[in-house]
Design a protein around this ligand. Sequence first.
Ligand code: SAH
Length: 250
Amino acid sequence: MSGSLVVVGTGPGKPELMTPATLAALATATDLVGYGPYLDRIPKTRADQCRHVSDNRVELDRARLALSLAASGRKVVVVSGGDPGVFAMAAAVFEAVEAGDAAWRTLDIRVEPGVTAMLAAAAEVGAPLGGDFCAISLSDNLKAWATIERRLRAAAEADFVIALYNPASKARPHQLAQAFDLLRTIKGLDTPLLFVRAAGTPEVRVVTTTLGAADPSCADMRTLVIIGASTTRQIGRWIYTPRSEREGRS
Ligand code: SAH
């Protein structure tokens, strides 16, 4: 029996945002590997499917477990939230392959795309990502805070719309305030800023404000922050960024 490993994302939360390709991979898996809350989003349709639940912080251990199971002939699906390639398990799997058993390089490994939080959050409010945009994770678990500041500054100077993943956690309550302070030295204080919590789920909560007035305590681990470009504007209850820079205000 030849094993396989598919890395999937559950989307932002509601079942309709899980892709049919992801559902098909889940239906044929013998083993599911992932963080508990993500596995809870998947209906238990097969009694013979093993679930390997792990803590959120041990991504490399989880990736190694999944690779060993696939190498032993199991059909393994590794489950992330959102899209598995965006600040999630797909890269962890390849890091484990790179550092691990040479035989893992010949395994049947596939990644299925999913709906990432940034897209679900943008759709809640209109089209804030209508022009050029970038995504930055504010977590400094895997990179230096100085790197994050350098990227924030470059993104602001280039006038990208900026989507901030991992804006705050209990361990990091102050960094979002530091990020806002840095951006305020470069971007206009009237730049639209959105806190979108639990995007793409029935519990969604949106706070629309400006960079000048934004209160960092509006963000938690389930929030995505979107900071507009100079052309981003509010039309009625919608926020959008025009596709053309000629539509700008200045
Ligand atoms: N792979 C995931 C991102 C993992 S990083 C994806 O593609 O969406 C975790 C961060 O994603 C959270 O701290 C939060 O900033 C964001 N996030 C995940 N789901 C979200 C949701 N439903 N609404 C808003 N933000 C979300």
